[in-house]
Design a protein around this ligand. Structure first.
Ligand code: HEC
Length: 137
């Protein structure tokens, strides 16, 4: 144990580890890289969404026809086939894309369990299609 005393004294005089040099800033992602993870998902869902062009609107029309028409009808007037089969009346769709995005994300009224079927781009596509149908932005 006699050897321990010099070691303790030596360590007591130690001033901690030297500062490490700062790591370099992260490199920019390579061109064409696809962002992943929760932050990327939130960013993709945040307004204003992808640019509104013919391709996005066509994609939205296709998804809307599959997932929304049975209840909201082809024009979003609440005259889908379920209403003619006894579903309580469905109000006309609002034009605001934010409300469409929320209705999909939150499974509004339990009628929209589609959050796992529509990725961020498809949700924006549906929202923009609904806005176009209903004369909104
Ligand atoms: C099973 C029937 C059904 C389907 C399918 C359906 N909806 Fe709905 N949706 C409803 C009903 C019912 C309401 C009215 C809920 C209420 O007023 O409480 C509603 C309300 C809404 C609203 C109004 C939200 C608000 O802020 O007032 C939006 C927007 C909407 N739906 C979008 C969609 C979209 C987009 C789809 C397709 C992805 C869809 N819905 C598919 C039944 C449906």
């Amino acid at each position: 144990m006699r050897w321990a005393l010099p070691l303790v004294l030596l360590l007591a005089g130690c001033d901690g580890w030297p500062e490490s040099p700062k790591p370099p800033p992260p490199a920019a992602p390579p061109e064409g890289a696809i962002p992943r993870g929760e932050a990327a998902r939130r960013a993709a869902l945040a307004p204003p969404g992808p640019p509104v062009d013919a391709a996005l609107l066509a994609e939205g029309a296709g998804r809307y026809a599959i997932y929304c028409t049975p209840c909201h009808g082809p024009g979003g007037r609440g005259d889908g086939v379920v209403v003619s089969r006894g579903h309580p009346p469905i109000p006309p769709l609002p034009a605001d894309p934010a409300r469409t995005m929320a209705a999909i994300a939150e499974n509004l009224a339990g009628a929209h369990p589609v959050a796992d079927r529509l990725d961020a781009r498809q949700r924006w596509a549906v929202a923009r299609h609904v806005a176009a149908l209903r004369g909104g932005p």
